[in-house]
Design a protein around this ligand. Structure first.
Ligand code: FE2
Length: 282
């Protein structure tokens, strides 16, 4: 199965990203949001230990984060809502393995797209359901996904699914067209038994200018090259901006032991023949 046209492939290779509107149906988006909400309910008791920050991974939350690679865990916003209630930042990092709906979601199309873009044996390695709640949905600083999911050679590709409209107001993605050609700047690695550290590979900072907003309607898939610098702003609007993001690597590459995320034996993507069709939610 081939999904991408020659023009789409060359756009991705030139710019490091590709926007595919209408990839998922409204019903699929609504179903994924409902399933995520049920996980939040189930994980409610874990809330207090799960404040997530991209700026400061404090030691109290570090173990909870570092052990989440093959689990579904709940991470909370630093900022509370106006009514004082804490808000969910995200679920991570193995919904694609542990939840049947997320496991089945679009995996044949995802494999086909990854192969269209040059991957030999795509395997899903990590996923996140991002809530980006109204008023408090936190920013995600400029980064390259390969910093966190590194292979030799670099192969990670992000499949970012907008489940609700993503706009300037509610914190859409921003990307630096062509920025994937700048090389990898840093790696987030395990440091001894329990810690992590950031290794700087290239002191030259990423450019601050040139980023463009990717405002997209619900149902859009945004593909992100693993070296593409991208970020998203705080959501100060009244509308949420929920998204599901799946990261895929090429199984023919080397996955170093010191990546923060330990690989799980249950990655089955490339060897599975059946697509799980999402049930009709009505
Ligand atoms: Fe990212």
């Amino acid at each position: 199965m081939h999904i991408l046209s020659a023009a789409q492939k060359s756009f991705f290779h030139e710019n490091g990203y590709l926007v595919l509107e209408g990839f998922s149906t409204v019903a699929d988006c609504q179903l994924l949001m409902r399933v995520a909400a049920s996980w939040v309910e189930k994980l409610n008791p874990e809330r207090e230990k799960a404040v997530f920050s991209t700026k400061n991974q404090g030691s109290t939350t570090q173990d909870y984060f570092l052990e989440s690679g093959d689990k579904v865990r709940i991470f909370m916003e630093e900022e509370k809502a106006e009514n004082g209630q804490s808000q969910v930042n995200k679920l991570g990092h193995a919904l694609h393995q542990l939840d049947p709906i997320f496991k089945g979601f679009s995996h044949q199309k995802t494999t086909a797209i990854a192969k269209d873009l040059g991957m030999k044996e795509p395997v899903p390695i990590q996923s996140m359901f991002i809530f980006k709640s109204p008023k408090v949905g936190g920013e995600v600083n400029v980064h390259q996904d390969a910093t966190f999911l590194y292979t030799e050679p670099v192969s990670v590709m992000g499949f970012w699914h907008a489940l609700q409209d993503a706009t300037l107001e509610n914190g859409c993605l921003w990307a630096l067209p062509g920025g994937h050609k700048l090389g990898l700047k840093s790696r987030f690695v395990r440091d001894g038994e329990n810690g992590v550290r950031m290794d700087i590979l290239d002191e030259t900072p990423l450019p601050e200018a040139g980023f463009i907003p990717l405002e997209v309607p619900a149902g859009t898939l945004v593909l992100l090259h693993g070296l593409l610098p991208h970020y998203s702003d705080v959501n100060r609007s009244k509308k949420p901006r929920q998204a599901f993001t799946l990261h895929v690597i090429d199984d023919v590459t080397h996955y170093p032991e010191n990546n923060w995320l330990k690989r799980s034996k249950s990655e089955t993507f490339s060897h599975s023949n059946s697509e799980t069709h999402l049930p009709n939610p009505s």
